[in-house]
Design a protein around this ligand. Structure first.
Ligand code: SAM
Ligand code: SF4
Length: 356
């Protein structure tokens, strides 16, 4: 039998020290944000030396050649970045290469506040496939509390609902998983919003992803008592609208459930990174807006990629550097935390810098 060149190309992709393949590149475009969610604590200014379009493109191309098939653009707030649409447009040729070294999905995580109808259309036309919009409450008081903008909660809630409508009108179809809602649940601040958020998402026909409050960064006041376990969230919603388990996709972060009463097949998802860690098949690499690569959300430090990007990108050097970094990777911080709950807490990078 003639060997399939695509199989050979896939076999050449790097695995980390725990045998995990590459998959998702989460690229932060800025550490700044127009909100100040207290569980995230974004920076007021960006670090010096942010990557430019050419450097980001070189990085994404190198990552795609190593099997990072999904690019997720994040921040801080990525809609603050004026070059967002240009970047989405510029990576389109990387889709057309075919084989395991091509980009398949380009996604965005945003708080939605700056998403006008025109911007949603421009992003879709540029080639964005998926959008996840964050909203942590279903009433103005909760949204105000969770965004650190207590007097603006009602207006922000309105804006985010408009953003969801703009995204849908621009062609992001929630039934195809192209539009989702993210909510972080902090037992003390918005633990009471689980069912109201599910009701809102059901009304909008959008999949809700409930995320356990994570101990990312050093300044969000995380304590284990503030984590509402995903199982408890599911139980509360199941009490109102019965759910059937679907499971977690390989390499996915979310466990999904199907609403029994919904003819449209609507799902609920929970991200249980504290109570049911999924390090075992984690395929994500994070790169900050200033070019630091992190192989784990809880890593103490990153690797500066700028030596391979400046003064001009060095594509071969960059591929070798990323492949080497991946082959050295052995992070499994969430699993370690779960097995040694009282273990020492090491300093780690802030969430808005890493991009979630
Ligand atoms: N500003 C955008 C947004 O809010 O969607 C993108 C950046 S934000 C850091 C990415 C995701 O991380 C958001 O869905 C946010 O809710 C989530 N996030 C931030 N801090 C978190 C924490 N401590 N625990 C769990 N999720 C968190
Ligand atoms: Fe900003 Fe997103 Fe962090 Fe909230 S979670 S402060 S919206 S970056």
């Amino acid at each position: 039998m003639v060997p399939d060149p695509l199989d050979a190309a896939a076999a050449a992709l790097p695995l980390d020290r725990l045998g995990r393949p590459t998959g998702v590149l989460r690229l932060s475009l800025t550490a700044r944000c127009n909100l100040a969610c207290p569980y995230c604590c974004p920076d007021a200014i960006d670090p010096p030396g942010l990557l430019d379009l050419r450097e980001r493109l070189a990085l994404i191309e190198a990552a795609a050649s190593l099997g990072f098939r999904c690019l997720r653009l994040t921040g801080g707030e990525p809609l603050l970045h004026r070059g967002l649409e240009d970047l989405v447009q510029a990576v389109q040729p990387l889709r057309r290469r075919g084989g395991p070294a091509s980009l398949r999905t380009i996604a965005l995580t945003t708080n939605g506040v700056l998403l006008t109808a025109a911007r949603a259309r421009a992003l879709r036309q540029a080639g964005l496939d998926r959008m996840t919009i964050s909203l942590d409450g279903a009433d103005g008081a909760s949204v105000g509390r969770m965004t650190g903008r207590s007097s603006e909660g009602e207006a922000l809630l309105q804006r985010v609902q408009e953003a969801l409508a703009h995204a849908r009108e621009a062609g992001f179809d929630p039934r195809l998983g192209e539009l989702k809602l993210n909510a972080v649940i902090d037992r003390h601040r918005n633990g009471d919003q689980v069912v109201p958020l599910a009701a809102l998402a059901r009304r909008l026909g959008v999949e809700l992803r409930l995320i356990e409050f994570m101990d990312v960064g050093n300044r969000n006041g995380w304590t284990p008592e503030r984590v509402l376990p995903a199982a408890a969230m599911v139980e509360r919603i199941h009490g109102h609208w019965p759910l059937d388990p679907v499971g977690r996709a390989p390499n996915g972060t979310a466990s999904r459930w199907r609403y029994r009463d919904r003819a449209d097949g609507l799902h609920l998802a929970v991200v249980a990174s504290i109570t049911a860690p999924f390090c075992g098949d984690c395929n994500r690499l994070r790169v900050t807006a200033d070019g630091q690569a992190y192989t784990c959300l809880f890593a103490e430090r990153g690797t500066d990629l700028r030596p391979w990007l400046r003064p001009a990108p060095d594509p071969a050097g960059l591929v070798a550097a990323l492949a080497g970094l991946w082959r050295q990777r052995h992070d499994r911080s969430s699993e370690e935390r779960a097995t040694h709950p009282g273990g020492p807490s090491r300093p780690h990078a802030e969430m808005a810098y890493l991009g979630g």
